[in-house]
Design a protein around this ligand. Structure first.
Ligand SMILES: NC(=O)c1ccc[n+]([C@@H]2O[C@H](COP(=O)([O-])OP(=O)(O)OC[C@H]3O[C@@H](n4cnc5c(N)ncnc54)[C@H](OP(=O)(O)O)[C@@H]3O)[C@@H](O)[C@H]2O)c1
Length: 320
């Protein structure tokens, strides 16, 4: 089978497509024929080996795990002898977390991982990126912010994968949404329910007259200290982007500043959140936005597009 790998850190050109053995499922694994897989910011960061402290986990001088791709959607082709939850022909989606390997034609995954039956009303390409934007943003908005009806949330980077998901999730929970993105994406974020859009190239959010209950900085460009004037007294500042500054601010303001690497949350908690998301997709309340699709042999171009920092929503690799 074909699979994307990287054997050294660097620009998108370090990625190669190789021919490798089709995996064979262990007793507790399912073999999935991948129909679509995501290419996310996390994938590009692993490929680049940045931020450099991440190499403590990824491999100091070169990646320990050379496979790429965390999110997938596909069809179960065979199951191990101990598998009870899934059967041949099931359409399933999910993520392989840090073990990667989804940018390929097949993967094996244990049935207790963050995987589930794909909602029948969405396509494989809409399902593959759900565990990036939707699962991460749901974890922040529901578990950390505990966002309530009529609260006001500011979402910075509202046109990215996490941002578009966050706008929709905040609306589902009944909150008022101020979305921050460039003006070319302002109608786009409003089409997903944002009450208004602020162009960060023209207006500094720090000067807004509003008081927000929650600020969700999906792209990590805001500074908690500077947002204090636009946060309510108990307001929460959350970001999925880790930096030394955020770590320091969390230490001194644990109730108000939140970061979490969603992927290292307990699998049972992720599965519970995913189940709730699936219900919302089935009810037609959420929609994945796919910016561009590529085939596996074009994965270098897909990574190049992500590296521009301008993608809108999600990037997906499809296996025709
Ligand atoms: N902690 C976790 O568990 C976790 C999980 C998943 C992802 N992440 C991280 O979350 C981050 C966001 O990922 P993503 O895929 O949603 O987004 P992304 O691809 O990094 O962001 C793309 C979007 O950000 C907008 N943008 C760029 N600069 C901006 C700025 N200064 N202010 C406001 N918007 C700006 C762009 O819109 P314009 O073109 O309009 O500027 C574009 O639509 C990444 O750093 C990723 O590594 C963390």
């Amino acid at each position: 089978m074909k699979a994307a790998i990287y054997t050294r850190y660097g620009s998108p050109e370090v990625i190669q497509i190789i021919d490798t053995e089709k995996p064979v499922p262990k007793p507790n694994e399912v073999l999935i024929k991948i129909k679509a897989s995501s290419v996310t910011r996390a994938d590009t960061m692993m490929r680049a080996g940045r931020p450099k402290f991440g190499r403590i986990f990824l491999g100091l001088f070169k990646p320990k795990n050379t496979s790429l791709g965390t999110g997938f959607s596909g069809v179960v082709e065979s199951v191990g002898s101990e598998v009870t939850e899934f059967k041949i022909g099931d359409e399933i989606f999910g993520e392989k977390l840090f073990s990667n390997g989804c940018n390929a034609e097949y993967i094996c995954i244990t049935e207790d991982m963050v995987i589930a039956l794909k909602p029948t009303n969405i396509s494989h390409q809409e399902a593959a990126p759900i565990c990036d934007g939707f699962l991460t943003s749901y974890n922040f908005i529901k578990e950390h912010a505990k966002l309530k009806k009529d609260q006001h949330i500011l979402i910075n980077g509202a046109s990215g994968s996490l941002g578009v998901a966050a706008v929709q999730l905040a609306k589902v929970l009944g909150a008022k949404v101020t979305a921050v993105c460039s003006s070319k994406n302002s109608d786009f974020v409003k089409s997903f329910g944002a009450n208004r859009a602020i162009d960060y190239t023209k207006t500094s959010v720090y000067n807004l007259p509003d008081k927000f209950d929650v600020i969700y900085d999906t792209v990590g460009t805001l500074n908690y200290k500077d947002t204090k004037t636009i946060l309510t007294t108990d307001g929460i500042f959350m970001t999925p982007v880790l930096s030394r500054k955020v770590m320091w601010q969390m230490l001194w303001n644990p109730k108000n500043v939140k970061f979490e690497a969603t992927g290292i949350k307990k699998t049972e908690d992720l599965k519970r959140l995913l189940k709730e998301l699936i219900n919302l997709f089935e009810e037609g309340k959420l929609k994945t936005h796919v910016d561009k699709t590529y085939i596996l042999s074009e994965i270098v171009t897909a990574h190049q597009h992500l590296d521009t920092g301008r993608k809108v929503g999600n990037i997906v690799i499809i296996n025709p």
